[in-house]
Design a protein around this ligand. Structure first.
Ligand SMILES: [Zn+2]
Ligand SMILES: [Zn+2]
Length: 384
């Protein structure tokens, strides 16, 4: 009860901030965080793992669409457990019904609903989400291998869910098994949940890089998204960003198979370097790169963040000639100062330089931040 109250107060405070800060509200939509389109593709916010009353969830499928709409998502997958329908005494229908109900509402809201189901087996291979399948019912098989063969037959794909889930791996460490090799060899395993709810699996992050798999960040929500024990709705749910031609099921499928995804989780973006660098380059404008410095006077250039993501910059190494901001926090829709100052009032230098900032909340590998170069034309004059 206490937690719920805090959340409500949090919402009111958040809404007040949006109304109070006019400029801020203009730059950032209340409905969710904004990411730029990159590399000739549009950026779509997606969640490919959620449950309804048609397995062990608490909510009706259409609510999943409305929740997604409230958060500005573009696509969701309904992935009820295939092997168990705990509420069958009260809920009619088969393994396709939850998708069919959600898909109708999705059409009204402009949200793509992907047909899916969670193949729920012990480790290995653990839980696998079958996505883009045509008929969920034949996936109810005794052997998991037969369910996988059926996914393949239907031209579906698999993602490996929560590989370090503590009920299957008590130490929370994800482990790769020969069964996963065979799924890879079949060409059917195309991605792994690097993030599930509030859990991040560094091992899975590294496997995606080493084995060329798409990275996923999904909620696995069972109750209402507003009451998810692991997800702080004041921020946002974990989501998978997909870089695709459009948000049709076909274009999203093509993008996932081409590994064009990254993960938005808490304050972090997790993904391949090419995507994170493109997001930074598309979102950030550094206005003036010609720095005239006289004596110890500081030169200031403006750094504009045109996205809804907060970038946390940290200077990689100190420069012997010039002082730069050690850290800069680029909030959504903000204008910031990057200031340069000669270390010595008597030096005269004309030089092209490149400094490097680490973006501590953009992870290109486990424990590895994206590093971006910033070039300046320095024109330092000694003070007379
Ligand atoms: Zn699961
Ligand atoms: Zn699940």
């Amino acid at each position: 009860m206490g937690k719920m109250w805090c959340k409500r107060v949090g919402w009111i405070a958040l809404i007040s901030i949006f109304y109070a800060a006019g400029a801020f509200a203009q730059a950032v939509s209340v409905e969710g965080d904004f990411f730029p389109d990159i590399l000739g593709y549009q950026t779509f916010k997606c969640d490919f793992h959620m449950h309804t009353v048609f397995s062990d969830g608490d909510v009706w499928p259409t609510l999943r669409v409305r929740e997604a709409w409230s958060e500005g998502l573009d696509a969701i997958a309904i992935t009820d457990h295939i092997e168990s329908q705990q509420k069958a005494e009260y809920v009619k229908g088969d393994r396709n019904t939850s998708y069919q109900l959600a898909a109708q509402t999705g059409e009204q809201y402009g949200i793509t609903v992907i047909p899916g189901g969670e193949i729920t087996r012990s480790m290995p291979p653990g839980h696998l989400n079958a996505l883009f399948i045509k008929d969920c019912n034949p996936l109810q098989t005794r052997r998991w291998q037969d369910a996988v063969a059926e996914v393949k037959k239907q031209d579906g794909i698999l993602i490996w869910n929560h590989p370090g889930w503590e009920r299957q791996q008590p130490d929370g460490i994800a482990r790769w098994y020969p069964q996963h090799d065979s799924l890879l060899q079949m060409g059917i395993l195309v991605g792994i949940e690097v993030v599930n709810g509030n859990d991040y699996y560094p091992e899975a992050h590294q496997w995606c890089l080493d084995k060329n798999l798409a990275m996923f960040g999904n909620t696995d929500v069972h109750s209402s998204i507003y009451d998810h024990p692991d997800v702080d709705i004041i921020k946002h749910r974990p989501m998978t960003l997909v870089f695709a031609r459009d948000n049709s099921a076909a274009a999203l499928r093509e993008a996932i198979i081409d590994r064009r995804t990254c993960v938005y989780w808490n304050d972090f973006l997790i993904g391949e370097e090419r995507f994170l660098r493109a997001i930074f380059d598309s979102a950030i404008v550094i206005k003036n790169r010609k720095a005239d410095l006289i004596g110890r006077n500081s030169f200031r250039t403006q750094v504009i963040n045109n996205s809804g993501f907060t970038f946390n910059l940290q200077l990689e190494s100190l420069d012997p000639l010039v002082e730069y901001n050690r850290t800069i926090r680029l909030k959504p829709g903000s204008k910031n100062i990057l200031s340069l100052r000669s270390r010595n009032s008597r030096q005269t230098i004309v030089e092209k330089v490149k400094i490097h900032y680490k973006i501590t909340n953009m992870l290109v590998g486990p424990g590895k931040s994206l590093v971006i170069p910033v070039a300046f034309d320095l024109n330092i004059k000694a003070k007379e």
